[in-house]
Design a protein around this ligand. Sequence first.
Ligand SMILES: CCCCC/C=C/C(=O)SCCNC(=O)CCNC(=O)[C@H](O)C(C)(C)COP(=O)(O)OP(=O)(O)OC[C@H]1O[C@@H](n2cnc3c(N)ncnc32)[C@H](O)[C@@H]1OP(=O)(O)O
Ligand SMILES: NC(=O)C1=CN([C@@H]2O[C@H](COP(=O)(O)OP(=O)(O)OC[C@H]3O[C@@H](n4cnc5c(N)ncnc54)[C@H](OP(=O)(O)O)[C@@H]3O)[C@@H](O)[C@H]2O)C=CC1
Length: 261
Amino acid sequence: MALVGRKMEKLETVKAEIESTCSVKISLHSCDIREEDRVKETIADILVAHGKIDHLINNAGGQFPSPLNMISGKGFETVVRNNLTGGFLVAREVFNQHMMLQLGKKDMSITNIIADMWNGMPGMGHSGAARAGMLNFSETAANEWAPVRVNAVAPGFIASSGMDTYPEPMKQTIMQLDKTIPLQRLGLEAEVSGALVFLCSPAASFISGSCIRIDGAAPNARRIWPVGTGKANPAFNSFHLGGVPEVIQRRDAERASKKGN
Ligand SMILES: CCCCC/C=C/C(=O)SCCNC(=O)CCNC(=O)[C@H](O)C(C)(C)COP(=O)(O)OP(=O)(O)OC[C@H]1O[C@@H](n2cnc3c(N)ncnc32)[C@H](O)[C@@H]1OP(=O)(O)O
Ligand SMILES: NC(=O)C1=CN([C@@H]2O[C@H](COP(=O)(O)OP(=O)(O)OC[C@H]3O[C@@H](n4cnc5c(N)ncnc54)[C@H](OP(=O)(O)O)[C@@H]3O)[C@@H](O)[C@H]2O)C=CC1
């Protein structure tokens, strides 16, 4: 397993967590996926360390919240590079440096993480545009690079540590998000991972060019109908080392205190 991100400390933490659970060879690589030369070097380093890359999860990404009319050209480009160009560069290098030389010999896959950007992504329009582009890139690559399977996974609102990176106004929105989702709760990181593990497995060997939505049916909510029944289903909480983001702990504490009053 090769873990890639910009900050080595984060990677070390994840490595220690995985090693506390199972025995697997793990290499760590500091790389900003927006830097083309660095991406080329990183994929080459991974191939030296492991000799192969059978499955790529293109998970790196993120953005800053802003209404469209306040986004500068540089800001828009920064987010597009983070959520579209960077993922393309990584996928291209993995394909060119390894997968292209192994076609038909084994099952190989690329899964691109996008987001719930259906019908637009208000407050994060730069990211919505980039994620929509990533979906279209996945669809093209599923044809050009077959038999490598290329799919997208589109998470909706997931209670991840990423949620704690947002400024206070966005945190206020995050604390109300569960009410807008038919399943009446946020998703868990393990619920995204479940789909990723499936897509990397032989059970998904005829799935390519697809997108799996993991969003509790958020895009299916409609103004003319109540949002779900008001009840949530049980979550698949298989990450025993996972934590609850601070913003969600705060939400639950505030709700408990309101109930107590
Ligand atoms: C409602 C809930 C939403 C849930 C859906 C989505 C959830 C998630 O995605 S969870 C993951 C969340 N985590 C993140 O988003 C963190 C990752 N974000 C970042 O790392 C950064 O924001 C970045 C990668 C998008 C930009 O970082 P960096 O490369 O370090 O870029 P700079 O800081 O140098 O900025 C370059 C340029 O971009 C504009 N800009 C950056 N931040 C902001 C901001 N907060 N507000 C407005 N504009 C911003 C700006 O133009 C910067 O250039 P300068 O003006 O020269 O600084
Ligand atoms: N949580 C949610 O509700 C949703 C999340 N997503 C997307 O799912 C993915 C995972 O998100 P989540 O775990 O929540 O967020 P986090 O912010 O916790 O994780 C994002 C990861 O991407 C890495 N990363 C970001 N930019 C770069 C870059 N330029 N080069 C290399 N690595 C980078 C970060 O590591 P480092 O900082 O060390 O570089 C970090 O490990 C992201 O693409 C996110 O946008 C999509 C929809 C909803």
